[in-house]
Ligand binder design. Structure first.
Ligand code: SUG
Length: 446
């Protein structure tokens, strides 16, 4: 292994995937609230996407889901008793609390952490900050387990640093890599880290009125760049356009994707983009590709409906790039036209691959939300937990595991059933064996 490569770590969809409408400002989540979910199909769609990437020759790995329902959280909130009693009390306090502890949202691993590659940092190590996700309870409960899991997977402290999540506080609200991009000429060459925020933190009076929440603050992004030791000329910060947030762009990766020196985005993604564009041009000495889509070609509303920019932009073994696009784009003539123009254009993107992740999409999570990118230098590649690397054999095992343990129908009516909890724990117990992860889950530690 002689060069840096980028792994996509996809979050395996957990057995309690459901539609509870917990994310205000995420239009799909709100729209599909209360509908019947199919966790089995959701997990299989996710696995199929991983297999597709692997078969394209793109390094692929998998992350286990978190334990749900999160009974520890209910106990932290002062509830006591048997599992059935805990669930009943939570429901009585508020059905949304019960839904939150059942949330399978850790599947969207783009929100798991922000990562700075070792070629960018002062100490030459790869730095992770697990996101505090402090805006929503159903997501904030992910951060401590994510921290432990990252430490477990990337255990060698000579190469990897896993920071604590930032304090879970309104003005330090952090949603991870969904608001962070690495721009570089080659993997392994120092690159610009583009941190994207929705509001500053502390000085909210200056903000344009927002209909929906701005989940990432500049204060959080700046703190992450600082603790990672990203060299100062490699950090830049830009604000999301409030118009985009108000159209349902709750994370910037809904309107912007980049890989190496190629950027594909909606023209209304950012405030003050011309200035930043100039900085990026200077960084690359002009050798970069801005593929900007104008509102008259594709409206922000259509960008949110199709998730065209939530595609994964990946480098293939022959050094061309492919866009891994959600199937929903086929249903929009505007999106289809945009994709045709991308392929015909003078840029490295030569392939479009459609993937089906509709179960996740109905909660506002497209292909790019489901993966965490980790750029690894040659010496780092053999020292993370290798059993998480996707192979044809692992795919088969995981698919059979899902087939055996997952329900094909789940609604909030099922949440009071303690048998569901046992079922989930049995599934997770078996998963830790397949992935050789040891006792990572709270229920395995009592
Ligand atoms: O945080 N949906 C997630 C979707 C996250 C998408 N990730 C990226 N864009 N990178 C969210 O809003 C819905 C859960 C529910 O409604 O039950 C949810 O949490």
């Amino acid at each position: 292994m002689s060069r840096s490569i980028e792994y996509n770590f996809d979050g395996l969809v957990g057995p309690t995937h459901n539609y509870s409408g917990l994310s205000f400002g995420n239009i799909a989540s709100q729209h599909n609230a209360g509908t019947v979910a199919n966790p089995k199909l959701a997990a299989k769609q996710g696995l199929q996407k991983m297999l597709t990437l692997m078969n394209l020759g793109v390094p692929q790995a998998v992350l286990p889901p978190q334990q749900r329902p999160n009974l520890n959280l209910l106990q932290d909130l002062g509830l006591t008793g048997t599992t059935a009693q805990l669930l009943r009390q939570a429901h009585k306090i508020d059905p949304a609390l019960l839904a939150a502890v059942y949330s399978a949202a850790s599947m969207w691993s783009a929100n798991m952490a922000t990562i700075s590659p070792s070629c960018n940092t002062a100490d030459g190590r790869l730095h992770f900050t697990p996101a505090n996700l402090s805006y929503n309870l159903h997501r904030a409960q992910e951060s401590q387990f994510s921290y432990g899991l990252l430490k477990h997977i990337f255990a060698d402290s000579r190469h990897f640093v896993v920071h604590n999540p930032l304090l879970g506080y309104r003005d330090l609200s952090d949603e991870g890599a969904a608001n962070h991009n690495l721009l570089c000429s080659e993997y392994g060459a120092p690159g610009l880290e583009l941190f994207v925020y929705g509001r500053s933190g502390f000085d909210d009076k200056t903000q344009v009125p927002l209909r929906y929440p701005a989940r990432q603050t500049r204060l959080a992004s700046a703190a992450i760049a600082q603790r990672h030791g990203v060299r100062s000329h490699l950090r830049c910060f830009i604000q999301q356009n409030p118009v985009a947030i108000n159209a349902g762009v709750f994370h910037n990766d809904v309107v912007f994707v980049a890989n190496k020196n190629v950027m594909f985005y909606h023209e209304h993604a950012f405030l003050d983009w011309p200035y930043m564009q100039q900085q990026i041009l200077n960084f690359f000495g002009g050798n970069c590709h801005f593929i900007s889509v104008a509102e008259h070609e594709l409206t922000l509303a259509d960008a949110v409906a199709t998730y065209i920019f939530n595609s994964q932009l990946v480098t293939l073994p022959d050094n061309t790039m492919a866009l891994i696009v959600p199937d929903e784009c086929k249903e929009s003539s505007a999106a289809t036209k945009v994709l045709e123009a991308v392929i015909a254009g003078n840029n490295p993107i030569k392939h479009i691959k459609y993937v089906q992740c509709r179960q996740s999409m109905r909660n506002g999570g497209g292909p790019a939300c489901l993966r965490l990118r980790v750029l690894l230098a040659p010496e780092q590649q053999p020292i993370f937990k290798q059993q998480l690397i996707m192979t044809a054999g692992l795919y088969k095992q995981l698919d059979a595991w899902v087939e055996k343990h997952y329900r094909d129908r789940l609604t909030s009516d099922d949440f009071l059933d303690p048998d569901l909890v046992l079922e989930v724990n049995t599934a997770l117990e078996s998963l830790t064996k397949i992935l050789h992860l040891g006792s990572i889950y709270p229920f395995q530690q009592v």
